[in-house]
Write a protein that binds this ligand. Sequence first.
Ligand code: SF4
Length: 290
Amino acid sequence: MKSLIMNKKDLHVIAISGGKDSAALAIYLKDKYPEREFMYLFFDTGEELEETYLYINDLESRLGIKVRREFPAKSFKELLLEHNDFLPSPTQRWCTRKMKVETFLKVMEEFEGYQVYNYVGIRADEDRVGLRPPMDNITTVMPFQEDGITLEDVKRILNDSGLGLPRYYEPVKDEEYDIEYYRSRSGCYFCFYMRQIEWVWLYEKHPDEFKKAMQFEKQGFSWIQDMPLSDLIKPENIDKIKKSYKRTEELKKKQPLKNGTVMQQMSNMSKHDQALDDFEKDKFCSMCIL
Ligand code: SF4
């Protein structure tokens, strides 16, 4: 890839996460700037879902592009050991820094002297800023925000291209509870940003990955505070999670409340899911979930 852009002063980078927004951004920018050469980067943590790899392969073949895969210097297992088994969390998010941000900065060292444009797929209907690399020669560009591209537009772009949504969005139907659920983001299969119903999804759809996530829980550290995964899968807890999810979804349909706290209280949403709801409003970054 480097040899193709040696004679250029500018480097245009799109980080591909395996999620819908970064895929739509790649399609959108290739169409908008057909003459522009982009470097597509995927930071592979080695802890991704199979659906993520398939989606990136599909994106490559449909767009006729090559996505450069980059790996962190150390595996998650090694990093966890260095952190004395202290699992990452929304407030102690060492995983993104060690596995993605540092990998990104390492790649950027190859392009010293370039003006780098780092394109990020945060949409116009989102209210967050994302991570911004602290280097003078890297400019963050938000094309979807500049052009007013919303979630509906992203879905249209993906449908029109034939790529569609990642397969983890395909809902699982549970007739007994009359609910449908799915995984809502890309990133590591054990990502602590998952809601409890998404952990249930992982348990049902990817039992081997769920088991691996369980094995990372040691010394009293758990992915969900006060609920190790060995407890989450007890039938009575799965029952509670599915019922709580059903209540929340019904409330959302009936009365899309502006006040999230009221919604949380009325649905008896778990503390874990409440915390994620609050955190999601402004602190999610773009390196993992777009
Ligand atoms: S996807 Fe989640 S667990 Fe993986 S690096 Fe990103 S924030 Fe951490």
